[in-house]
Design a protein around this ligand. Structure first.
Ligand SMILES: Nc1ncnc2c1ncn2[C@@H]1O[C@H](COP(=O)(O)OS(=O)(=O)O)[C@@H](OP(=O)(O)O)[C@H]1O
Length: 295
């Protein structure tokens, strides 16, 4: 049986305020005092996860649209008790200033795997549109490990090898939290108790890496935004090895903490991981009526 998520998760972007290289028109604008006619609004859409799925890339790409006003940092309202206890007024105060024609969006990747969150979001707004970006579950485990590994490196703390997390008594350690977070069907069931499937748009995170524009077009349609983001807003940066953004003639890539190399894992162990996810993935495909190209 899957273990439950911890109460407080390590914020995946802790201390990473500057996620994009400075200089975009948009962030200059957001740093300025609010303009006449703008106000703070509760989000009409939330990127609920998954951690390491590509949530930052999705938020930044969506922000290319003039009809989107995005909260810059992760708000952690619905999953952190001390934040939730502050009430909706506090949540509102965390939102960017926006104009009436704009949709406000925030992203907190930990929402997807926190069992209390779906009901809390429902209590705020039962017709909210949710965005969920998923990625190959095994790759997500490696990415999750890599995130926590670098958090330790930054603090000059040692951190065990990935094998030490993945193996217990010679078997795959299915109690490893990173594995639990990749059991998408398990967490999705919680959300579907409160929201109909057609209110949750799933972005294919592997596709968003390979070719972002078509995935972003689908999000525009889901949010009923006019088609304003173009293929020319994206270009492949060979040095980074990922797509970067081009906005009003300015080029920017995601922070260097996005798109890191993952550890080499013994192919036999990796295979065990792939096999382990086979059934849960099948259950997930049945749950959402759609398949993904995962291992
Ligand atoms: N265009 C572009 N540039 C850089 N990185 C990209 C991009 N699109 C998707 N990704 C993938 O996003 C992964 C990080 O996911 P998140 O932003 O959801 O991580 S976090 O949970 O907020 O920490 C990150 O994971 P890692 O590869 O493990 O670093 C990337 O694979």
């Amino acid at each position: 049986h899957p273990v439950s998520s911890p109460k407080v998760e390590v914020p995946s972007e802790a201390g990473q305020k500057e996620l994009f290289r400075k200089g975009s028109l948009k962030s200059d604008f957001q740093d300025s005092p609010p303009l006449n006619g703008s106000s703070q609004r509760l989000p009409q859409t939330i990127i609920i996860g998954v951690r390491k799925g590509g949530t930052r890339a999705l938020l930044e790409m969506l922000s290319l649209h003039p009809g989107i006003a995005a909260a810059e940092s992760e708000v952690h309202y619905f999953d952190w008790e001390d934040h939730y206890g502050n009430g909706l007024e506090w949540y509102l105060s965390q939102m960017p200033f926006s104009f009436p024609h704009q949709l406000t969006v925030e992203k907190t990747p930990a929402y997807f795997t926190s069992s209390k969150v779906p009901e809390r979001v429902y209590n705020m707004n039962q017709s909210i549109r949710l965005l969920l970006i998923l990625r190959d579950p095994s790759e997500r485990v490696l990415s999750d490990y890599t995130q926590v590994f670098y958090n330790h490196v930054q603090k000059h703390k040692p951190y065990p090898s990935i094998e030490e997390f993945l193996i217990k008594d010679g078997e795959l350690n299915v109690e490893y939290k990173a594995i639990n977070r990749s059991l998408y069907y398990f967490h999705m069931q919680n959300w579907l108790r409160y929201f109909p499937l057609n209110h949750i748009h799933i972005v294919d995170g592997d596709q968003l890496i390979r070719d972002p524009f078509p995935e972003i077009e689908k999000v525009e349609r889901f949010l009923k935004l006019s088609p304003q983001i173009n293929a020319s807003n994206f270009y492949f940066n060979k040095t980074k090895g990922f797509y970067c953004l081009r906005d009003s003639g300015r080029d920017r890539c995601l922070h260097e903490s996005k798109g890191r190399a993952h550890p080499q894992v013994d192919p036999k162990l990796l295979n065990k991981l792939h096999e382990y996810f086979h059934e849960p993935n099948k259950k997930f495909f049945e749950l959402v009526g759609r398949t993904f190209d995962w291992h």
